[in-house]
Design a protein around this ligand. Structure first.
Ligand SMILES: Nc1ncnc2c1ncn2[C@@H]1O[C@H](COP(=O)(O)OP(=O)(O)O)[C@@H](O)[C@H]1O
Ligand SMILES: [Mg+2]
Length: 277
């Protein structure tokens, strides 16, 4: 017989202990606006977790909390079994959580190599486990070429200014840079929007390679095809709460769209209401 104690134990094991990163009961209030309310989720090493939801669902707010840009009003972040809190984005990076925001934060006038190392001088425990200040131009170039190749990123010449690259190449550079920095968690905010089909495919392949390195990935997207192509599980946020967690067998566009819009939730929770919204 499964007692309620036993269920609690299983819950506790599910959230926090095996997970690389766990979010436990996180809320964020802006005055009277409840951007997030009691959100819990987890992502394992080598897993890609999709995070989807309508505009205003709270996706970016959660990403900003995990990346140290804002503090939660309530709740806990657990990294490898230890509660953590990040006063700054730098602190989150130091702990092994890297973020690629929609604007990518690349320096357009600078070349691929200096973009790859941009900000790295601030990181004491970077990918090489040492500060980069001593590296000369040639070594930096070689390191960049090697890292981009390792992740299968196709950039013709690392001496090109970033503004000369295609949208897909810029996106790939931003992800490869973040992946090279991080050891634990990579957060991606809409990395495939505004890309052509072939570039989209390249970015998805890059995400698969990052996953294969054992990094936990959280992938925010509005592109359901991409979500289904690359995610192991998907959390649907709706009005600041987790509406549904979909396992790989449940990842259909019908399910995704149904839970994002709330149509499925109305079906399940209150079939007798006025036909849903
Ligand atoms: N700095 C802020 N001040 C006030 N309200 C905010 C702020 N940031 C986000 N919100 C509100 O929180 C809710 C969730 O926003 P957001 O996380 O950006 O959603 P999503 O990324 O899913 O579109 C929205 O209602 C939004 O208006
Ligand atoms: Mg957003």
């Amino acid at each position: 017989m499964i007692t309620s104690d036993r269920i609690d134990l299983l819950d506790e094991r599910g959230i926090g202990m095996g997970a690389r990163l766990a979010v436990k009961g996180v809320s964020k209030h802006y005055g009277g606006v409840h951007a997030l309310q009691g959100v819990s989720l987890e992502v394992a090493a080598g897993e890609v977790l999709g995070l989807v939801g309508d505009n205003g669902a709270g996706k970016s707010t959660l990403l900003k909390i995990l990346s140290g840009a804002i503090a939660p009003s309530e709740g806990e972040i657990v990294l490898d079994g230890e509660a953590v809190s990040f006063a700054t984005p730098h602190a989150a990076k130091e702990a092994g959580i890297a973020t690629v925001y929609q604007d990518l934060a690349l320096a357009a006038q600078r070349d691929v190599v200096s973009n790859f190392f941009l900000g790295r001088e601030l990181i004491s425990k970077g990918f090489l486990g040492k500060t980069m200040g001593w590296l000369d131009q040639k070594a930096m170039r070689e390191h960049t070429v090697r890292e981009l190749a390792r992740l299968g990123t196709r950039i013709p010449d690392v001496r090109l200014a970033t503004k000369e690259l295609s949208g897909g190449q810029r996106q790939a550079l931003a992800i490869a840079r973040a992946a090279a920095w991080t050891s634990k968690v990579l957060l991606l905010d809409e990395p495939t929007s505004a890309l052509g089909v072939e570039q989209q495919a390249q970015v998805l392949e890059l995400i698969r390679r990052v996953k294969a390195e054992g990094i936990a990935v959280i992938f925010i997207s509005h592109q359901m095809q991409d979500v289904m192509a690359v995610c192991d599980r998907v959390v649907v946020l709706r009005l600041g709460k987790v509406a549904k967690t979909l396992g790989s067998a449940e990842l259909t566009s019908e399910n995704l769209i149904g839970y994002i819009t709330g149509a499925k939730i109305a079906d399940l929770v209150d079939p007798g209401s006025e036909g849903g919204r």
